[in-house]
Ligand binder design. Structure first.
Ligand code: MRU
Length: 358
């Protein structure tokens, strides 16, 4: 399998693959300031929950290097202003806020500005390395749920492009393949921005994994005709009770999967779990430009003046989620207990509730 590096730290620049132009153009961009990083996140040049966390961390490290203020308190005020601008670009995926908060926390113990600047680079690289490691681990654990001969339906793009690592939902599929299992994938196109058609189908073909593209509205048909053995998606924010926010349309898929007795799995690193939210009701849902709905790839499909709505994510209630696959194990219902257990030290995690081998 060829490695995809959707983001790279180049000391003084961040190099990204512009995902908004895939699959027809493979264009790399070099970002040098926080406005460019913020624009790239907003416009989905960099996208996917874990990847925008990594991008936010690198963005902050990068911008810190060019702040010329000599007083520590004023330097930190400027850093916090930039951090806020980056964190507010996309509100649903908690990984972005998580990574920015982690970056800011590293500044607290450093006395001088030079030490803060180098600590920020070290921390951003650590976040990238740890997320890469986490997605590899969760993919291997999750592969146990995928049997030889399975047809797996996935939505949006939760692969290397979305994570800067192995992938989450696609990572699980890739790991199952690497274990020698024969897997077929059905990818939903994922309107309005077509991450399934443009990115998932491209990524799977590159990896030599058989994939069939369907429109979002075909999923119920395939589920009811027993053509799908499980549904697996990534996640943008998971509340303490297991309610899961992911790309718009995920809730519909989860309900349809349950109606047809097909397991619905969410795969995500722990950085996607927001234990400060008891349930999914308060997960902020990003509202995007209605033009993304009235147009496809910039081409108008609705009559001029037609009103459109564009929530980018929805929340799947935990009752529809069969399991949550993380790098610390596979959590199952009741999620309040099994998710809390994922955050405990390793030796206390293995008893009951969740495990790496469910
Ligand atoms: O709007 P996007 O393309 O950033 O949405 C991405 C998704 O919803 C993914 O499924 C999610 O971030 C999981 S990525 C591993």
């Amino acid at each position: 399998m060829q490695t995809i590096e959707p983001i790279e730290w180049l000391h003084g620049k961040i190099r990204i693959i512009d995902q908004s132009r895939l699959p027809h153009q493979e264009v790399q961009l070099e970002l040098a300031g926080y406005e460019e990083v913020a624009e790239a996140i907003k416009m989905l040049r960099i996208r996917g929950a874990p990847l925008i966390g990594i991008a936010g961390a690198y963005g902050l490290a990068l911008c810190a290097q060019s702040i010329e203020i000599k007083s520590r308190p004023r330097f930190l005020r400027e850093l916090h202003r930039i951090a806020e601008a980056l964190a507010s670009t996309r509100p649903t995926a908690v990984n972005l806020r998580w990574a920015i908060d982690r970056m800011l926390a590293t500044t607290e113990t450093k006395r001088d500005i030079a030490a803060i600047k180098s600590a920020l680079i070290i921390e951003a690289r650590a976040i990238h390395d740890e997320e890469r490691e986490a997605t590899t681990r969760l993919s291997r654990l999750g592969a146990a749920l995928i049997k030889d001969g399975f047809t797996v339906l996935t939505h949006c793009n939760a692969g290397a492009l979305a994570t800067g690592g192995y992938g989450t939902a696609l990572g699980v599929i890739k790991a199952a393949r690497e274990q020698g299992k024969h897997i077929d994938v059905i990818a939903t196109e994922t309107r309005p921005l077509l991450q399934g058609a443009r990115l998932t189908a491209w990524e799977l073909r590159r990896d030599g994994i058989p994939v069939t593209l369907i429109t979002d509205s075909m999923a119920g048909h395939f589920l009811s005709r027993r053509k799908i053995d499980c549904v697996i998606t990534g996640a943008d924010r998971i509340a303490a009770n297991g309610d899961t926010a992911n790309k718009i349309g995920t809730y519909t898929l989860a309900v349809l999967a349950n109606e047809n007795d097909v397991p619905f799995y969410a795969a995500a690193p722990l950085s996607t779990i927001d234990r400060s939210l008891p349930s999914g009701d308060r997960i902020p849902i990003e509202e995007r430009d209605p033009e993304e709905v009235t147009c496809i790839q910039g081409v108008p499909v609705a009559a001029p003046g037609v009103r459109a709505a564009n929530p980018a994510f929805d929340v799947t209630p935990h009752r529809y989620v069969s399991a949550i696959i993380t790098e610390h194990g596979i959590a199952r219902k009741p999620y309040k207990a099994s998710i809390a257990k994922l955050f405990r030290p390793p030796q206390t995690r293995t008893k009951g509730g969740s495990s790496g081998r469910s």
